[in-house]
Write a protein that binds this ligand. Structure first.
Ligand code: GUN
Ligand code: ZN
Length: 438
């Protein structure tokens, strides 16, 4: 394909955040809103972005312009914590975390021993991400190495940037879902060699959480991270009070829950800890000191009754944070619905979550949490061209509501409160349209 053939031009209303910030109050100044803009991509990367008036001379006869006069174009959403094998168990009734795992989750994950089944759900899962405007995700697979193959193969079909890993789990789960310290190490190592940096795929070492790994297994996970420092670490932390009490029993010598992971070398710049609802002060300090990140999963925290995540504290403590849907404890693949619940979680704590801060967490902030803000998260030149076209009036009620708003911030807030997959008009990955709403 020639360089010209690989070029695309998109015209419309664009909104993004120009740079990362240290405080929520700085976000408004970093917002870039272009009412009539032009984006040119070349071989998957952004090569020109700005007002249509300034860029229209770059359009030549072989470069067709796709024009979205009515919609809003934003960077693709980033989901920093999700489980692909739990796609089928969203909305399972009645339990909190530990009982929910035994009653619903482990039986669902057992099915992934069957490669054909894993392939089928992986394909469905990737389609569902695209349909919801999620262009990058950090994903839990199951203990089976083949579940990772299934997911990366499905993602690769669409050229998606995905981070994923095989679950490590050697106790407190059904035998058929348990590996050993040695097999977890060797299987994960083989998967790193096979997938990390292949195309846009990246690997995450994925111990499920401290209660389902022995000290020997966590030590092996740390050994692997030391051997491959560029890969990610992805696990759960401090989600539920019974879980925290259990970790104290299982690891009595450690100061706190995070200290278990820290001791084994599992904190750091590419370590992402899902939930962190009930952290102690020392744990916040350790997350900051190690430049680790949190995945905030509001629909899950509400659904499992886990608690209210103090988002404001991430700014106070200077800890990176992204948004996670946490399917299937979370109840929606949509980052818009996730933001809807994130807002309410802050309201219940007397805090505000603005529309622009919400956009930040769903895009550039999420990219920063995943250490990918040099590649993703906004329309800066050289970034990978993952973006979505939003329809702000996908329902009659939304159309009625949008007539009442004044300005982009109010329009965005109404979208985030009322929106879901119906608002995703198109999803572009690496410059190419991979989903268009029927
Ligand atoms: N903690 C350990 N495993 C899980 C899981 O699958 N989902 C959630 N929400 N928390 C966990
Ligand atoms: Zn989870």
């Amino acid at each position: 394909m020639s360089a010209i053939a690989a070029q695309r031009a998109v015209r419309g209303r664009f909104l993004d955040i120009q740079h990362t910030v240290c405080q929520a109050a700085e976000i408004a100044q970093a917002v870039r809103y272009i009412e009539d803009g032009l984006l040119i991509t070349t071989a998957g990367k952004i090569t020109w972005f700005g007002p249509w008036q300034e860029g229209q001379h770059l359009i030549h006869p072989e470069l067709a312009v796709t024009h979205y006069p009515e919609q809003l174009i934003v960077p693709g959403f980033i989901d920093t914590h999700i489980h692909f094998p739990q796609t089928e168990i969203v909305g399972a009734y009645g339990e909190q975390l530990l009982e929910w795992l035994n009653t619903y989750t482990f039986p669902a994950e057992l099915k992934f021993k069957d490669q054909a089944y894993a392939d089928k759900i992986a394909e469905f899962f990737v389609q569902e991400l695209l349909k919801n405007g999620t262009t990058t995700a950090l994903v839990f697979c199951t203990v089976h190495a083949t579940s990772v193959d299934a997911l990366f193969e499905a993602a690769q079909q669409h050229n998606m940037r995905l981070i994923a890993g095989k679950v490590m789990m050697d106790r407190h789960a059904p035998d058929a879902l348990c590996d050993t310290p040695e097999s977890a190490y060797s299987d994960s190592k083989a998967l790193i060699e096979k997938w990390h940096g292949k195309g846009r795929n990246l690997y995450a070492i994925t111990p499920r959480f401290a209660p389902t790994s022995t000290a020997e297994q966590l030590s092996k996970a740390g050994q692997l991270k030391a051997e491959y420092p560029e890969v990610y670490v992805h696990t759960h932390l401090s989600e539920n009070k019974n879980e925290i009490a259990w970790v104290k029993e299982l690891f009595p010598a450690h100061d706190n829950y995070l200290d278990v992971y820290h001791h084994y070398g599992l904190t750091g710049q590419r370590s992402i800890f899902a939930h962190c609802v009930h952290l102690e002060e020392a744990e916040w300090d350790c997350l900051h000191a190690t430049n680790s990140a949190i995945a905030f999963c509001p629909t899950s925290n509400l659904f499992l009754g886990s608690g209210l995540f103090p988002l404001k504290k991430t700014w106070q403590k200077q800890v990176k944070v992204g948004l996670g849907t946490d399917i299937g404890a979370g109840t929606s693949f949509s980052q818009l619905q996730t933001l809807n619940e994130a807002y309410k979680v802050q309201q219940l704590q007397g805090d505000k979550l603005s529309a622009f801060e919400s956009l930040y967490h769903a895009t550039l902030g999420g990219a920063k949490a995943l250490d990918l803000d040099d590649k993703l998260g906004n329309f800066n030149l050289g970034k990978e061209a993952d973006f979505i076209v939003l329809d702000l009036k996908a329902t009659a009620l939304q159309a009625l509501r949008q007539q009442q708003v004044s300005g982009i911030e109010q329009a965005l807030f109404a979208l985030m409160t009322m929106g879901d997959d119906r608002n995703i008009h198109s999803t572009y990955i690496y410059g190419e349209p991979v989903y268009v709403k029927a």
